[in-house]
Design a protein around this ligand. Structure first.
Ligand code: AMP
Ligand code: MG
Length: 649
């Protein structure tokens, strides 16, 4: 019996994946070797439609620009030798020729010695003249003459023909991306059409039974197709013409049909999802039937992005990106963009880089090149890079990050204090005006909204209360929001402050029991009685919170020694608790009132928590800090907090 006839176990699958993992560099080398060199097809485009395209050929200037010797000022065309003796005390008189050279008027008469011709800015310099005198430096004299009291150097205020662009000069090189400046140069030479690299047509397909397109109402257990939108945009950003073909269900026949059709009509095919080598993952098996040589790399030592699959089918690249959006984005930018840009005739991407200190240790897996997204803030001694990843499934980590750093495949960590190179997502760093590091609360956005409207950039980094205090002590933030309860003094926050920090009262948030409105087990009870009722019903399931959360301390107080069903379900956010209850995965949990309200759940108030801000005293006078404190105290800020269910202190 051969191996393929036996059912494959999980170990087989993992073994298979493990054995074929290539390094990032090796995978890219093989992928490029299978696709290049290849001609870049060109097409003619009207200048107006060529923006963003790469020139397919060098452009040689067909004419001189300016096409004639041109006056730069309004004045008089003269022979400079006539003015050699001219000075304050020795004015020279020149007779005016019977002609005025306006823009677009070709001169008819020469400037003979002792004469001058009136000329406008942009007018062609007449025969005989070698300089222009500004009209401000002349005086009219009787009998159609002017008087001049200064000398003129030859060539003064004249732009010579070809001085800007010389006929026959290489104006632009093949591969140059056409922007408004290039369009200006081409237009100045009278070029109306250019030969540009044809944008490669890239078909984009998402795969997965669970995917729905944005705009539709989400059915249970479905998610929105994020990769379709990401990849389509990223293809366009890098010179491709994206054709999005929608999300295809995990069905081999329909997927194969879609892939064949896509490949037929495009230069490249990018799929996402279904790249593991598990039974349900089909795309890579289909690729083998689509053309030669087929799969080049499947399993690459990248994090995120290990399951990336690279293939070439009869000269066309076919790629399966990992399903998680962040992994899909990283692998697309790192491994696919170089290939796409080459096909599009574009130069390699040039990302801006900065050096920044990493304030915390980042653990890393040995054997995989790891990309870590970071937020940049200005510390006391230079830029600081905070890791901002929420895991490879998180899309917001991309939107909120300024860039990423790379941890070498051979390293098992990046120690705290490392000066790391950060590749920026944008051309420049915009260091935030206000940095808030600590516990996150939706109320914060309501206060900082005023700052954003005033043009201040606010960065909030959620690391929890204790992380925020540590950052404040290290001088990495302006404010650290905290909600820490001290058992001994039975008070919030103040006992946790260290030297150099002061407490700014924030707002109170009501913590309480959430349940589905109408659940007779809980309606009308106090929090203590509700928990008692829950414990009395063996069919009742709770949702807990993670160790270390302020909310968890309150739950533990109510539960005592009890460990009901659901106790080990410990999500890390207020919203996850509400979602679990709303979706019937649990019957009760603890969250804050605004979150319970937003989810349409019943709520039993239990304890009011103090959410305050530890302010770094040394930074108190910074304009953005003052603006924050003003917004917090403002009528508008307090009203917004109150509307959202918070109680301003
Ligand atoms: P897969 O590789 O298909 O098992 O997908 C891995 C994870 O990524 C699953 O949680 C998928 O639901 C998710 N995923 C796959 N494709 C997409 C997509 N187009 N948009 C958002 N999430 C996706
Ligand atoms: Mg899938």
């Amino acid at each position: 019996m051969t191996n393929t006839q036996q059912p494959r176990t999980r170990e087989d699958v993992e073994q298979d994946q493990f054995l074929t993992v290539l390094s990032r560099e090796e995978a890219l080398k093989r992928f490029e070797a299978a696709l290049f060199p290849r001609p870049v097809p060109a097409e003619q485009r009207r200048l107006a439609d060529a923006l963003g395209c790469a020139l397919a050929q060098d452009i040689v200037a067909p004419i001189d620009v300016p096409p004639f010797d041109r006056s730069n000022v309004d004045g008089f065309a003269v022979r400079s030798a006539d003015l050699a003796s001219s000075g304050e005390a020795t004015p020279v008189r020149l007779m005016l020729n019977d002609e005025v050279i306006a823009c677009g008027v070709a001169p008819a008469r020469p400037v003979l010695s002792g004469t001058a011709t009136s000329i406008a800015t942009g007018g062609p310099v007449p025969r005989g003249a070698d300089a222009i005198i500004m009209v401000e430096h002349t005086q009219p004299a009787e009998l159609r003459a002017i008087e001049i009291r200064r000398a003129a150097s030859p060539g003064q205020f004249v732009s010579y023909a070809g001085s800007d662009i010389a006929r026959g000069e290489h104006l632009l090189r093949a591969g140059t991306v056409i922007g408004s400046r290039e369009i200006g140069m081409l237009a100045a030479c009278g070029i109306a059409q250019v030969s540009v690299a044809r944008r490669p047509r890239v078909a984009v397909i998402s795969t997965g039974d669970e995917l729905m397109q944005p705009g539709l109402a989400l059915r249970p257990a479905a998610i929105y197709d994020t990769n379709g939108a990401i990849v389509t945009a990223a293809v366009r950003e890098n010179g491709g013409e994206a054709v999005f073909l929608g999300a295809i269900a995990d069905d081999e026949a329909s997927l194969e049909a879609a892939m064949r059709e896509a490949l037929e009509s495009s230069d490249m095919l990018v799929l996402s999802g279904g790249t593991s080598k598990g039974a349900g993952d089909l795309s890579h098996r289909i690729i083998a039937r689509l053309g030669k040589p087929g799969i080049i790399a499947h399993g690459i030592a990248l994090k995120p992005g290990k399951p990336l699959c690279l293939a070439a089918c009869d000269g066309k690249p076919v790629v399966i990106l990992p399903g998680f959006p962040t992994s899909a984005m990283f692998t697309f930018h790192d491994m696919i963009v170089p290939v796409l840009r080459r096909m599009a005739g574009l130069p390699p991407r040039s990302d801006a880089k900065v050096t920044a200190r990493v304030p915390v240790r980042i653990a890393s897996e040995i054997g995989r090149t790891e990309f870590v997204m970071v937020s940049l803030v200005e510390g006391d001694g230079g830029l600081i890079a905070y890791p901002s990843g929420k895991g490879s499934g998180a899309i917001t980590s991309f939107a909120q990050a300024d860039g990423f750093l790379k941890i070498d495949a051979l390293a098992d960590q990046m120690p705290a204090g490392t000066e790391a190179e950060v590749t920026l997502f944008t051309p420049h760093v915009r260091v935030p005006d206000l940095v808030i590091v600590g516990s996150h609360c939706t109320g914060l956005d309501l206060v900082t909204a005023q700052l954003s409207r005033a043009g201040l950039v606010v960065r909030s980094i959620a690391v929890g209360s204790l992380g925020g205090l540590a950052a404040a002590r290290r001088g990495e933030c302006d404010l650290a929001p905290i909600h820490l309860f001290d058992e001994t003094t039975e008070s919030y926050n103040a006992p946790f402050l260290m030297a150099g920090l002061e407490l700014v009262p924030g707002w109170r948030r009501m913590q309480g029991i959430v349940f589905r409105a109408g659940d007779a087990r809980f309606e009308g009870l106090s929090a203590q009685d509700a928990v008692r009722a829950a414990l009395a019903d063996p069919a009742c399931i709770m949702v807990n919170r993670n160790q270390g959360a302020g909310t968890r301390i309150l739950i533990d107080r109510l539960l005592g020694e009890a460990r009901p069903d659901g106790y080990w379900n410990q999500p890390r956010s207020h919203n996850a608790v509400a979602a679990a209850v709303a979706q019937h995965r649990a019957d009760w949990g603890m969250t804050i009132a605004p979150v319970a309200d937003a989810a349409g759940l019943g709520f039993i108030a239990f304890a009011e928590e103090h959410y305050d801000l530890a302010l770094v005293t040394a930074r108190k006078q910074r304009p953005a800090v003052r603006a924050f404190l003003a917004a917090l105290a403002s009528e508008e800020g307090r009203a917004a907090l109150t509307r959202a269910g918070f109680r301003p202190a």
